[in-house]
Design a protein around this ligand. Structure first.
Ligand code: ZN
Length: 149
């Protein structure tokens, strides 16, 4: 593994890939499936919106590369308890971070900053954003399949 890739697969990503958080099925809520044909990553994101319009619970299942799995795990951790509008804003900021210039500043995004390294690997951007695109589809209660293409 090259030093750069080593950097990309830093500790937080490895940890979330090995022990993904909220990796389970959620019954009775909304869900959507996502597929990244470039890499073969497949995810289903499940969520439950509570009476106050917050994401009361969110989970995922699926298979894919370490980046896609870690990103999904970090995404569920980040949006649980957020309002739908807050989650959408976080998605925008996350997307800006992973598509920004390689040497540009990194927005304050807590643990999500672990994925900032993908900006240097354009092919990996879709692995990192798949969980978020799928979350958005689930929020829109879109039961169809979304792809990163
Ligand atoms: Zn991938």
């Amino acid at each position: 593994m090259s030093a750069e890739l080593d950097d990309l697969y830093q500790e937080v990503i490895l940890d979330h890939n090995r022990r993904p958080r909220n990796f389970r099925r959620l019954e009775g809520g909304q869900h959507a499936e996502g597929f990244n044909p470039l890499c073969g990553d497949r995810l289903t994101v499940y969520l439950q919106i509570d009476d106050e319009g917050r994401i009361g619970d969110v989970s995922f299942q699926g298979s894919g590369c370490a980046i896609s799995k870690a990103s999904a795990s970090l995404m569920t951790d980040s949006v649980k308890g957020a309002t739908v509008a807050e989650a959408a804003r976080l998605f925008d900021r996350f997307q800006q971070m992973i598509t920004g210039p390689a040497d540009g500043p990194i927005d304050r995004l807590g643990k999500l900053e672990a994925l900032a390294g993908v900006r240097r690997f354009p092919v990996r951007v879709k692995c990192a954003s798949l969980a978020w695109h799928t979350l958005r589809a689930a929020l829109e209660a879109n039961e169809g399949m979304v792809t990163t293409e």
